[in-house]
Design a protein around this ligand. Structure first.
Ligand SMILES: Nc1ncnc2c1ncn2[C@@H]1O[C@H](COP(=O)(O)OP(=O)(O)OP(=O)(O)O)[C@@H](O)[C@H]1O
Ligand SMILES: [Mg+2]
Length: 233
């Protein structure tokens, strides 16, 4: 359902952020994108939700070419994608509840029904007591959990989580992972960008390692880009 064909991304005047990346992700798959800082993890995720066009190559999401998407069709694509941004991108002056309410696709729900959707998720993430707190007053780890709740609230087909456990202690990180896996079990495709080795050992899954914008190793295919693998079919 997500395919990258020979994708390059160059930012003006910089070395390539992604360099000849070929990747196929099946529907309902859970995988890690890993690699050191600057390897291209966030750039790869940005391509999938059409926040960035590749300089070269094609990105397909659910049968649609999103590499060069019309601005009017991008919102439709994004409805099926939940994103946990590395820097959260929350509305800092609004409460936790407001942030989630504004993300709800069905925004005409009665207040009681909104609560029925939002409260259980906040409880699962351990931030229910903070529901009426203004986001800017939260700790980094609390903000991270609000960002995760917002990404999951509409039960999207695709979940992109950029370092979703970066600010969390092990217990909280583990419960986030279990929540993401629960979504995978319900049919979502989940892509987690992380350099947290402990997490990957604790919750083993397909691991795609980037280095200098190339796929250094893919644990599913066993392939490395350096070998010049051909992409069949
Ligand atoms: N908007 C931009 N303009 C110029 N260069 C950029 C831009 N965004 C990313 N880059 C460069 O592209 C490369 C890959 O960046 P990216 O953010 O994808 O790395 P990352 O793997 O997510 O790193 P981290 O683990 O630190 O989040 C880096 O060298 C970075 O400096
Ligand atoms: Mg990043």
């Amino acid at each position: 359902m997500i395919k990258l064909y020979n994708v390059n991304v160059s930012f003006f005047g910089e070395k390539k952020a992604l360099d000849g990346v070929n990747l196929k992700i099946a529907p309902g798959e859970f995988l890690y994108i890993t690699g050191e800082s600057g390897a291209g993890k966030s750039t790869l995720l940005r391509l999938i939700y059409a926040d960035l066009n590749p300089t070269r190559g094609i990105v397909m999401v659910d049968g649609q070419n999103v590499s060069n998407m019309n601005h009017r069709t991008i919102p439709y694509l994004r409805r099926s994608i939940g994103v946990v941004f590395q820097d959260f991108k929350l509305l800092e002056e609004k409460s936790v509840f407001e942030n989630l309410r504004m993300a709800l696709e069905i925004y005409y729900l009665k207040p009681k029904h909104m609560e029925e959707k939002i409260y259980p998720l906040l409880k699962k993430l351990g931030i229910f007591v903070k529901r009426d707190t203004i986001v800017k007053k939260l700790s980094g780890g609390e903000k991270q959990r609000v960002a995760i709740a917002r990404a999951l609230i509409n039960e999207p087909k695709v979940i992109l989580a950029d370092e979703p456990t970066g600010n969390l202690d092990n217990d909280n990180a583990d419960s986030i992972m279990r929540l993401l896996l629960e979504n995978r079990d319900k049919g979502s495709t989940v892509i987690v960008a992380t350099h947290d080795q402990r997490l990957m050992e604790h919750f083993p899954a397909r691991m795609v390692e980037l280095k200098y914008g190339k796929i250094k190793h893919d644990s599913l295919t066993g392939s490395t880009q350096e070998k010049g693998e051909d992409d069949e079919d």
